[in-house]
Design a protein around this ligand. Structure first.
Ligand code: SAM
Length: 264
């Protein structure tokens, strides 16, 4: 069946079997374990997951592809039609934790990661393909221009590893950008103690709200009072002229602990 790829759904279908092999190896699949796939598309990755004899829940938004996916008639495969960002993930799977494996539609990859962060208990491992620039951000360290909210949040809860670099020729149609496959292994505990996750996530967002400005100004623009910020920076020995993008994970954790215990 010939299908015209839809740009609005970020459809670049994988055709390089070596890349699929690497994704599967990084997923370290066990027979009968539950896997969730976002955007099965024409099923290149889906079919290999099914060969690995997992129980697969595949979520696809493109109604034109649903019938073809269901025609596989494989009892191990459940195809769910819908927008993965709108579906209630807690209702999707009968057993968790599961593994999340996907060649993500690049236009929604950041939103998928924020949703993953809201459902961390669901996933024992993730292997995901991103546009290279997004991958660079997820792997970035403090001080780099790629370092941002998702670098900090994902590295707080996961060991993030690069599995493969993938060129445009591995897809049909070829995207205009390079891609990268990353593996996310949940850490048994956060790297540094976080007493209130909500405060931590709000603080990380605030530190990057105006990344060209100082941490102090960026946090004030996000609603914290000057008095609280100054007390925090002074108590924790942080130079008020520093920018949020220079903070290490340990510093994000320490400063957010101060905010948790010293509400204005
Ligand atoms: N997994 C296939 C492969 O590797 O060849 C297709 C990957 S393609 C990059 C992304 C897939 O995600 C497409 O099938 C697209 O229709 C689907 N998709 C896009 N937006 C989606 C959404 N919001 N929810 C679920 N699926 C989505």
């Amino acid at each position: 069946m010939s299908v015209r790829a839809k740009k609005r759904f970020g459809q670049n279908f994988l055709k390089n079997i070596h890349v699929i092999d690497k994704i599967l190896a990084a997923a370290d699949l066990q027979i009968d374990e539950q896997v969730m796939e976002i955007g099965p598309g024409l099923g290149a990755l889906t079919d290999r997951l099914l060969q690995a004899e997992v129980k697969l829940c595949a979520v696809e938004v493109d109604t034109d592809l649903i019938a073809m996916l269901q025609e596989r008639n494989n009892p191990r495969l459940t195809v769910v039609e819908g927008d993965v960002l709108r579906l209630n993930w807690s209702h999707l799977l009968s057993t968790t934790p599961c593994k999340l494996v996907a060649n993500l539609p690049y236009n929604i990859s950041s939103q998928v990661l924020f949703k993953v962060l809201d459902h961390r208990e669901m996933f024992s491992r993730m292997v995901l393909m991103f546009q290279k620039e997004v991958g660079d951000r997820l792997l970035a360290s403090a001080g780099s221009r790629d370092y941002g909210i998702l670098s900090v949040l994902m590295q707080t809860w996961y060991e993030v590893r690069r599995v493969a670099q993938v060129g445009p020729g591995s897809f049909s149609p070829p995207p205009k950008v390079d891609s990268v496959v990353l593996q996310f292994l949940p850490l048994p505990e956060t790297r540094f103690t976080i007493d209130d996750e909500e405060v931590y996530r709000k603080f990380v967002r605030g530190a990057f709200t105006q990344r060209r400005k100082t941490l102090r100004n960026s946090l004030m623009a996000s609603g914290w009072s000057a008095a609280v910020i100054d007390a925090m920076l002074s108590a924790e020995g942080i130079d008020p002229q520093r920018r949020g993008e220079t903070l290490q994970l340990e510093e994000f954790a320490r400063l957010s602990r101060f905010l948790t215990h010293n509400k204005a």
